[in-house]
Design a binder for this molecule. Structure first.
Ligand code: CP
Ligand code: NVA
Length: 305
């Protein structure tokens, strides 16, 4: 049966941990011998801009011996009103997996419902699970464990925060989210994470210093996500105390690492000093998109052959 990867919760803890191990192993070796996905095709259909997700997946597909087909929705009939369901039925008869970046999360679910091959969520307004995988991989590499790690997410309760919440609850990490009132993560994702059994703590706070206090990891993302530009008048003012700067970083543990999914708006959610400073693992985190994406494709496509 085909598996989709629409949210981190589509995999269980054991599956996530084994994916992370495989990604770390792939990072140590170069391209796998024997092109395990030779003769396969993977489509990428992106309705929003992308640097990391698109390019790391295209490189991963090539390294695994498969062929990638990038589709701009405006160049296919989807842009002229063909339904997501009809598009999925047709595309999945040509290809072995489809990676989609879109707006409403329901759209990727609709796509997955009608696709006969695995669908990977390359970001929706609600979730960014591929980023979540690379984030967990980076934390595991840098800190040597996930369970019990104290993570502080400072900023907008967006798609990246939602995926981090799912990862934290599954891997039993403590997660403190600091955001202004009205910018909390998705209520259903939050409720599910808070109810998941375990000794870890998930909290939403207003004070970034309180969230950052004694943390092992400080994470942030842009204050205005793709597609929200028009309805975000004045939003940046609400977030001005939520910047990751040296003062905030001094609240964390002395060996805390700083993460950001990128792209960053330098000078807004993070300063140049922190982003380029010794505690930033941001560019290695971006590099890890390649290995975690590769491990994900291998898992989904080798199982669905
Ligand atoms: N982090 C991330 O998904 O980056 P892109 O928008 O460049 O793909
Ligand atoms: N929250 C950001 C993440 C970009 C990778 C956005 O959706 O634009």
């Amino acid at each position: 049966m085909k598996r989709d990867f629409l949210t981190l919760a589509d995999f269980n803890k054991a599956e996530i941990l084994s994916l992370l191990d495989r990604a770390i192993e792939m990072k140590k070796t170069s391209a796998p011998a024997g092109a395990p996905l030779a003769g396969r095709s993977v489509g990428l259909m992106f309705e929003k801009a992308s640097t990391r997700t698109r390019v790391s997946f295209e490189a991963a597909i090539y390294q695994l011996g498969a062929h990638s087909i990038y589709m701009n929705p405006n160049d296919i009939q989807l842009g002229r009103g063909e339904t997501a369901g009809d598009t999925a039925r047709v595309l999945s008869s040509y290809m072995d997996a489809i990676i989609i970046r879109t707006f409403e999360h329901e759209r990727v679910e609709e796509f997955a419902k009608y696709s006969r091959v695995p669908v990977i969520n390359g970001l929706t307004d609600r979730h960014h699970p591929c980023q979540g995988l690379a984030d967990l991989m980076t934390m595991l590499e840098k800190k040597g464990r996930l369970e019990g790690l104290k993570v502080a997410y400072i900023g907008d309760g967006n798609n990246v925060a939602n995926s981090l919440l799912e990862g934290a609850s599954m891997l039993k990490m403590d997660l403190s989210i600091a955001c202004p009132e009205g910018f909390e993560p998705d209520p259903l994702v939050l409720e599910k994470a808070m109810k998941s059994p375990g000794k870890n703590e998930i909290v939403v706070l207003r004070d970034p210093k309180e969230a950052a206090g004694r943390s092992d990891v400080i994470y942030t993302d842009v204050w205005v996500s793709m597609g929200q530009e028009k309805k975000s008048d004045g939003k940046k003012d609400r977030f001005k105390n939520y910047q990751i700067n040296d003062a905030l970083l001094s609240c964390a543990k002395p060996d805390a690492i700083v993460m950001h999914c990128l792209p960053a708006h330098r000078g807004e959610e993070i300063t140049d000093e922190v982003m380029d400073g010794p505690r930033s693992v941001i560019f290695e985190q971006a590099e890890n998109r390649l290995y975690s994406g590769k491990a994900l494709l291998e898992k989904l496509l080798m199982a669905h052959s």
